[in-house]
Each structure stands twice: as structure tokens, then as C-alpha cells.
Ligand binder design. Structure first.
Ligand code: ZN
Length: 250
């Protein structure tokens, strides 16, 4: 029953009835593969919504285990999960949401030498990490291997998000174009920053939403930084030009 056409049509009927989705769009969602790097506040929320939307394949990567202070924002984790691997627990919870999904997980930290092995089989990469070193490695990989990169960052009540396709058009920027002075030696991490519960969830949902828009060939703007102020519920979009001196994409 679960693999039948009838089951598929009923489960996703509320999406399929939308003109901009339809059966064709739902099949595109099912045929998509997405890698989520970082199974924290952004990653758990994005994984939950992408699996509910009917994504066919997810790869989850995180080297960390669940700790008590994660539970204010990392949806799907509970007190019973403390001490367990984030990506393993998340993959089990995702299977309960969508049994038809193909899901792989790797309890690893991404570095220059393993990035291709773990991210190479997916067409869209969600950067849900909390440190600049990983973000720069993922950005470089996505540019050279022609992957769509959906990036987000959180701080207190604010969310930044961007969908990158720096390889598909010479005017599209990459992550490094926005932050040219960052290097992989930079030991800057955001994991000690304050984050209110709902902002992490919203950030992950925005990333999932940008990925679905891309899959459905709806509005994908590869030149705008999205800034959401969750206190005043204001969204600002800032146009970003490609940096002509960028060491990655120029
Ligand atoms: Zn660049």
C-alpha cells in the first residue's frame, strides 16, 4: 500500500492540488536528493519539513551528540535522546514521519578530504552548520561540484538566509563573496550565541522552503541575502554582487 500510486496521491494531495506543484512537481520533490550538514536547530527543522514534503532522499551529517542545552530549539530531540548521536536519532525520527524516504547519516565532521565522499551524491546542500570553517569548505565544494547551496545563520532574534548557484551564472555570488576576509583557520563559532527557540525553527523552514522553490522551479533568486528580524517580523532583501576578486568563484 505504502508504495502504491494511490497512497502517494493521497498523502501529498494538499500539495498536488496546487497548480504550481501538481503531480509533476510532487514527483520532482520525490526525485530530489538533499544533504543536510549540521543536525542542530536549523538542520532538525529543515529535515522535518523536507521529509514531510515528500523528498525522496536525505543525507544527514553531524559529528555531535545531543546535550540538554540543545532541547530549546532542536525539534524532534527529547530528554531521552541525550547522549545519542544527533544524525542517527534524527534519521530515526524522520523515518517515522516518512517511511518511503531513503535516508543515510554520517557521524562525521566535514573537512576538505571527506566533503566529496559525504556530499557528492546530493544535488542540493543545506548548510546548517554553526562555524565558518565548515561553511567555507561546503561553499568551495558546492561551487566546484556545481551543487545548489542553501545557507542560513542565526543570532538571537535574527535569521540570514541565501540560496547560492555561483557556478551557473557569472553574476551569481558565492558565500565567500559575501564574507571575503573569512578563512578556514578562523576559529569563530556561532554555537555559543544566544538563539530563541522559534528563530531556529523558522531558519530551518526558510532553508527547506528555498530548496523546495528551487526543485519546483519557482522563484529562485541567487543574488539576494534574506534578513528576517523575528521581533518586528520584517524581511529585508539585500542584493549581493559577485566579488570580482573572490578566490573561490571568480
Ligand atoms: Zn565568490
Amino acid at each position: 500500500m505504502r508504495n502504491s500510486e494511490e497512497y502517494f496521491l493521497e498523502k501529498y494531495s494538499r500539495q498536488i492540488i496546487i497548480n504550481k506543484v501538481g503531480i509533476e512537481g510532487q514527483k520532482k520533490i520525490y526525485n530530489s536528493s538533499i544533504c543536510i550538514v549540521g543536525c542542530g536547530g536549523l538542520g532538525t527543522s529543515a529535515a522535518q519539513y523536507l521529509s514531510m514534503s515528500g523528498i525522496g532522499k536525505l543525507v544527514l551529517i553531524d559529528h555531535d551528540s545531543i546535550i540538554l542545552s540543545n532541547l530549546n530549539r532542536q525539534t524532534l530531540f527529547t530528554e531521552k535522546d541525550i547522549g545519542a548521536s544527533k544524525c542517527k536519532v534524527l534519521s530515526e525520527k524522520i523515518k517515522n514521519i516518512n517511511e518511503s524516504i531513503t535516508i543515510n547519516y554520517h557521524q562525521k565532521k566535514i573537512n576538505e578530504s571527506n566533503v566529496d565522499l559525504y556530499l557528492g551524491n546530493c544535488q542540493i546542500i543545506l548548510d546548517c552548520t554553526d562555524n565558518f570553517e565548515s561553511r567555507l569548505i561546503i561553499n568551495k565544494f558546492c561551487h566546484h561540484k556545481k551543487k545548489i547551496l542553501v545557507s542560513a545563520a542565526l543570532q538571537n532574534f535574527d535569521i540570514q538566509a541565501f540560496i547560492f548557484s555561483s557556478w551557473s551564472n557569472k553574476k551569481n555570488p558565492c558565500y565567500k563573496c559575501i564574507f571575503p576576509s573569512l578563512t578556514t583557520d578562523e576559529n569563530l563559532s556561532c554555537d555559543e550565541m544566544g538563539i530563541i527557540a522559534t528563530v531556529a525553527g523558522l531558519g530551518g523552514i526558510i532553508q527547506a522552503n528555498l530548496a523546495l522553490n528551487y526543485i519546483l522551479q519557482l522563484n529562485s533568486n541567487f543574488k539576494e541575502l534574506i534578513l528576517l528580524d523575528s521581533i518586528n517580523l520584517e524581511v529585508k532583501k539585500i542584493k549581493i554582487e559577485k566579488n570580482k576578486h573572490c578566490k573561490i568563484c571568480s
